[in-house]
Design a protein around this ligand. Structure first.
Ligand SMILES: [Zn+2]
Ligand SMILES: [Zn+2]
Length: 325
């Protein structure tokens, strides 16, 4: 079914975009029906993904798309990297692509140099999950437009597959999509677009598996949605040393801005790459003050709260430390 819908999008887009954008039934078919169909397709697959189908905002886009976003990486096409179906409405082709956001790169480097950056990153992405890209190809793609964004999508394409409406078969498309989403997940587990030396610096280690686990943990902990939900489900006190920002420092800001850190405390080393659920809220998380958070990451097992608690040697005794104040 998804194949049918995408074929219809590829074949009818040029005709439909000659009509007014506002109130277009076709635009609605893409945004709604295609998105619903795609959701159904991936519903039983074990990924945490959001998705969106677009024909442009306020105006017809040159290249309509259907994208799959991992919430740890991005919630929109303007950031990070993601899996996307890109339509070339002139050639009437559908390309399934491991791709990346152009907006931030264009803003930083300008369009021409930005495309060089995108091409370089696309190569890095393809190499990082080279073992999972076997059924796809890395040839450049063509989207039939010389506008800035489509040229950016072309430059940002790491690997994928192109179909024609005549050749597209639902079972093939679904299998390819599943394989590309597996590669997406693997790319996230392996550090995404972050260069290896940067990951090694941050993790303070050279061991590749350790570096990947650390990078992924920090990514999970910093994801805004994760932080918000974990904070909402816990008492806002450090689970290591019991530091209470309100009692101990008179913290009076919003709970969401509490100085406590969210710590992902499920060992990621047991996580096979085929496994897709990366975390559960709140079970897999601890709330820690920044010092306890640093220290727990130095443990052999950064999930062992008991070990952290045993190592604490100070007490919050202001009267003892500062008797005159
Ligand atoms: Zn603490
Ligand atoms: Zn942590």
């Amino acid at each position: 079914m998804l194949a049918e819908y995408l074929a219809r999008l590829a074949m009818q887009y040029v005709f439909e975009r000659a009509k007014p954008f506002a109130g277009s039934a076709f635009a609605n078919f893409v945004r709604h029906d295609i998105a619903v169909e795609a959701k159904k397709t991936i519903a039983l697959w074990p990924y945490d993904l959001t998705l969106k189908a677009s024909v442009g905002q306020g105006n017809w886009a040159s290249v309509p798309w259907l994208a799959f976003f991992h919430p740890l990486i991005t919630r929109s096409a303007t950031e990070g990297f993601y899996v996307v179906f890109l339509i070339n409405p002139i050639a009437e082709t559908i390309t399934l692509s491991m791709n990346q956001a152009t907006t931030a790169v264009y803003n930083e480097h300008g369009e021409r140099r930005g495309r060089d950056v995108l091409r370089r990153r696309a190569k890095d992405m393809a190499e990082r999950v080279g073992d999972m890209a076997g059924r796809f190809n890395r040839d450049p793609i063509s989207l039939g437009s010389d506008m800035g964004y489509p040229l950016g999508y072309e430059a940002g394409h790491a690997f994928g597959k192109t179909y024609t409406p005549q050749s597209i078969i639902d079972a093939d498309l679904t299998g390819d999509l599943r394989a590309l989403l597996d590669a997406y997940q693997a790319l996230i587990l392996r550090g995404g677009l972050t260069p290896l030396d940067v990951m090694q610096d941050e993790a303070g280690s050279q061991d590749i598996e350790e570096v990947r686990r650390y990078t992924l943990s920090r990514r999970i902990e910093r994801a805004p949605d994760v932080r918000k939900k974990v904070l909402a489900s816990k008492t806002l006190v450090c689970e290591g040393c019991k530091l209470d920002p309100v009692l101990d420092y008179g913290y009076s800001g919003k709970p969401v801005n509490t100085p406590l850190d969210v710590h992902h405390a499920k060992p990621l080393d047991g996580l096979a790459e085929g496994e897709q659920r990366l975390y559960r809220i709140p079970d897999d998380f601890l709330l820690l003050c920044p010092t306890c958070h640093r220290m727990i990451h130095k443990q052999d097992d950064p999930a062992d709260l008991k070990q952290l608690q045993r190592s604490i040697r100070f007490r919050h005794m202001r009267e003892v430390l500062y008797p005159t104040t």
